[in-house]
Design a protein. Sequence first.
Length: 173
Amino acid sequence: MNTTRRETQAPSVTTDREIVISRVIDAPRELVFEAFTDVRHLSQWWGPEGFTTTTRSFEFRTGSEWDFVMHGPDGTDYSEWITWTEIVPPERIAMLHGEYRGDPNAFESVLTFEPDGEATRIEMLTVFPTPELRDEAIEKHGAIEGGQQTLGNLAAYVAEIVRAGIVRKGAED
């Protein structure tokens, strides 16, 4: 199930600048969280459908950065930059995301990972500097659909890891 807004919370002061996307992923929270901690995982699923990612540099710790290029299905390259502002394993990741370090249009994202039985509910809250930048991200760049596709790619990736783990375990018996 995907949602694009917080359904159970009172509106925040940033509501007109937010995009909220959530999804239940059929995998343990620790595995879903781990998919964000290692570049070899991120490069397998990050981005909307049809995109690939090339990492220039990556270090997953608070204050460090991920510098990468997303390659669109039409051949367009998009320079991207993320700095990790908070990491609370396996519960929360906060980041600042722009096209480059110091980007005045960079947006903040907070990902939360909540157990949902044997699955994980991930919520991605993105807050843009202005309502206009949020609207542009939605209308020009398809941010809601792209975010839903990205979480779908994550779900498919961790499902494959879970399946491979079961096969390996069964093969060892």
